[in-house]
Design a protein around this ligand. Structure first.
Ligand code: NAD
Length: 362
């Protein structure tokens, strides 16, 4: 198979971690007989420095033509970078919103998987995590409250702000289908999270999700109110397989779920559109505090590349080979600084990448 991948190294640790992920993909290609071609584009602070904008039209067009996009991270030090005190549309992060919108990425997938080797980093009691948990949050990314009409007015002398939450059945159906498709490849359970006891949009969400479920009789569907879900995530995370939810609930719940896995340097993500196309990136930011020191953890980006193989290219065996290699390296006791504990072997970003690619086998 030949795959054209646009890479966006971005700012801070972005170039270091994307480099390692590309080398891992190259090695996977060698082992399994695929060709991965990489075409870098600029986005974020580096694009502002070069072109004056966080994402040029040309860069976006190049990304649109790719089979998939691999992103590191963009942005400078919060509150203290040359890109901070400028208009919002000229900040590095504006590039992220522009590319998500430009590529129609409505489905955000964030797996929360606890490696046994990192169980001590999980803030939950050992009896709650048992032999670990493995769930994925499927969040609607381009609708709901964050994209609704908003305004602030003075009403009867009182400053009043309004945000609107809108979903139509098409938007709900397409994200529900994604969640059920993903569940079919996993443990076949979808927990749809809403606030149907209060919100009309949630009632529609529930109705459409039940309609979609009829096409997937093998998948168990349960509904859960969002407040209960927030509680269940820390009480019994092992009950979840696929959590399907709308934009704002997903924003909050995915951060909660990801934090109980212990380290931000381990968390991958994918944003997909209606085709097989996707943008894959670690859940963390550009970590300017550790940039250029070869101490960043590249695993989140490497696992994001594994998601790319699975979701954009249907290369599930190859994706599993990458995940197995990561597991092996952790079992052998190698740790980057963010996940280091006494008694283990501390390695840098480049070395971690090398250890992982050396363990990729068919
Ligand atoms: P951050 O995620 O970059 O860093 C938070 C902390 O986690 C830091 O101490 C950092 O050193 C550490 N960290 C993050 N990734 C790591 C890794 N792979 N290995 C080891 N340690 C890691 O969050 P922040 O400091 O709030 O934001 C920094 C910049 O990143 C900001 O400009 C922000 O806007 C941007 N940001 C970008 C994205 C993105 O590109 N998708 C996402 C979030 C934040």
């Amino acid at each position: 198979m030949k795959c054209n991948i646009v890479t966006i190294p971005g700012d801070g640790i972005g170039p270091e971690i994307v480099r390692e992920a590309c080398l891992v993909l190259e090695k996977t290609g060698e082992v399994f007989g695929h060709e991965f071609h990489f075409q870098p584009i600029l986005m974020g602070g580096c694009s502002i420095d070069r072109y004056g904008v966080p994402l040029t039209d040309e860069a976006l067009e190049t990304a649109k033509k790719a089979d998939a996009v691999l992103l590191g991270a963009v942005g400078g030090k919060v509150g203290n970078s040359k890109w901070y005190d400028v208009a919002p549309n000229l900040r590095p992060e504006a590039g992220l919103l522009a590319i998500r919108k430009g590529l129609g990425l409505f489905a955000n997938l964030r797996p929360a998987y606890l490696y046994q080797e990192l169980a001590k980093a999980c803030p939950l009691k050992p009896e709650l995590i048992g032999d670990g948990f493995d769930m994925i949050i499927v969040r609607e990314l381009t609708g709901g409250l964050y994209f609704g009409e908003r305004h602030t007015d003075v009403v009867d002398g009182v400053e009043t702000a309004v945000d609107t939450l809108t979903y139509n059945e098409k938007e709900i159906r397409r994200i529900a289908v994604k969640a059920f498709e993903i569940a079919m490849k996993r443990r076949k359970k979808v927990t749809s999270v809403d606030k149907a006891n209060v919100l009309d949009s949630s009632r529609l969400w529930r109705k459409v999700t039940e309609e979609v479920a009829k096409d997937y009789p093998e998948v168990e569907l349960e509904h859960m109110l969002v407040d209960n879900c927030a509680m269940q995530l820390v009480m019994n995370p092992r009950q979840f397989d696929v959590i399907l939810t709308e934009n704002m609930f997903g924003d909050i719940l995915s951060d909660e779920a990801s934090m109980i896995t212990g380290s931000i340097g381990m968390l991958s993500s994918a944003s997909l559109n209606e085709t097989k196309f996707g943008l894959y990136e670690p859940s963390h930011g550009s970590a300017p505090d550790i940039a250029g020191q070869d101490i960043a953890n590249p695993i989140a980006t490497i696992l994001s590349a594994a998601m790319m193989l699975s979701y954009s290219f249907d290369l599930d065996r190859e994706a599993q080979a990458i995940r197995d290699a990561v597991q092996k390296v952790l079992t052998e006791g190698y740790r980057t600084a963010d996940i280091y504990q006494e008694g283990f072997t501390k390695v840098g970003c480049g070395k971690m990448g090398e250890l992982i690619r050396d363990r990729i086998v068919k």
